[in-house]
Design a protein around this ligand. Structure first.
Ligand code: F0G
Length: 370
């Protein structure tokens, strides 16, 4: 190990991203701030991932599962709901693969306004669905996928009754760009590479906007290459065409027609990055690796960039972004977007294999098996 497993985190965790970065956000004195203390998440140095990449590279994990509703969505939701309340909106609506709905429901509850979420029936991880109910949202399941749900929500958003809080709302993107600010604040400059999962493509768009804005403000000198990872069965940007029936275990990114496709494509091109794919098996392997080697339990979608990083180091598979293009001494940040407890189903098999033993020292020792 070249360096201890340091955790970088700015001291003002808990203030919320609007309070911390308001000069970069579209708020004024009259904007009511609806916050749950989101942002300020740790940037964790991983000595083991750094050693796997080798050649003096440093790998950091931006642990977004530690936001109030346990995903990165809270950064954008605080702003989208604050602006909605400022405009006198009485109800917000979104389509979701789960995390946006959990976040919208929580911030709407905090604001004292109504929330409706439109979800693909049977396709939402149980923890996320439970959150939407717990926060009191009106939950509607549709017989269709996320892309169908977003079409319905776009149509409903044309009425006066609802403000859409999907990432097609620019306030969501504005709020989410604060994650890039935090990374620069923690590292002292931008990283060389930024890896993240790619679903509806809002987050990669937001990070790229954040890095550029921070550079223009003189807070960093360089910009990272943006590398987005889609699941092999839900990879419209990788293939360059809409996927009618996206399928992956990583339900958060089971999306066939991303709303921010064009903006994300520009981010990838302008940053000289890439879009690549990872298989469901690679995702599950990476999820397990991260939990058992770093103590960081993420949901499957969040493991996609870790799987992608492993592939970058594995020239035989021929990833879009081979290891040889990662310069010596590079600083690499992977955003892990959501907490593993949101999607317990993928772990249940192992957890339920537990059989009880007699309550004595010998039996328990035997069961430990060290
Ligand atoms: N990771 C997680 C945990 C997500 O929930 C999402 C998106 C992504 C990554 C992809 O981010 O869409 O900005 O490219 N979830 C959305 C939702 C679609 O409805 O919760 P993106």
């Amino acid at each position: 190990m070249t360096k201890s497993n340091e955790v970088l985190r700015t001291p003002d965790r808990g203030r919320g991203v609007i309070a911390r970065y308001r000069e970069y956000l579209p708020v004024s004195e009259s904007t009511p701030i609806i916050s749950l203390g989101e942002g300020g998440t740790p940037l964790i140095f991983s000595s083991r991932l750094s050693a796997i990449v080798g050649r003096g590279c440093e790998v950091y994990l931006k642990y977004e599962g530690l936001n109030p509703t346990c995903s990165f969505k809270d950064r954008g939701m605080t702003l989208a709901v604050s602006k909605a309340v400022e405009c006198g909106t009485v109800a917000v609506i979104c389509a979701s693969t789960g995390n946006t709905s959990a976040s919208a429901a929580a911030y709407a509850a905090r604001a004292g306004i109504r929330c409706a979420v439109v979800l693909p029936a049977g396709k939402i991880a149980s923890g996320k669905l439970l959150q939407a109910f717990a926060y009191g949202a009106k939950v509607v399941a549709i017989d269709g996928n996320f892309d169908d749900a977003l079409l319905v929500v776009r149509a409903l958003g044309r009425r006066d009754d609802f403000a859409i809080v999907n990432s097609i709302n620019p306030d969501r993107i504005s709020g989410q760009k604060t994650a890039a600010f935090e990374i620069v604040d923690d590292l002292g400059d931008a990283p060389d590479f930024h890896l993240l999962p790619l679903g509806n493509a809002g987050n990669i768009t937001a990070y790229w906007a954040g890095y550029r804005e921070y550079r223009d403000a003189g807070n960093c000198t360089s910009l990272p290459a943006m590398l987005g990872f889609q699941a092999a069965g839900a990879a419209p940007m990788f293939h360059g065409r809409v996927v009618e029936n996206p399928e992956t275990i990583a339900s958060a990114i089971r999306i066939g027609n991303p709303a921010s496709w064009e903006a994300a494509q520009r981010a990838v091109q302008d940053s000289r990055g890439a879009v690549d794919i990872v298989t469901d098996n690679e995702i599950l392997e990476a999820q397990r690796w991260l939990a058992t080697h770093e103590g960081i339990f993420v949901e499957p979608a969040s493991a996609a960039p870790i799987a992608g990083l492993f592939n970058c180091c594995e020239p035989v598979r021929g990833p879009v972004y081979p290891f040889t293009q990662i310069r010596e001494g590079s600083r690499i940040v992977c955003t892990v977007t959501g907490h593993g407890l949101k999607d317990p189903e993928v772990m249940v098999d192992r957890a339920t294999k537990l059989t009880a033993v007699a309550p004595n020292e010998q039996e328990v020792l035997r069961a430990i098996g060290f």
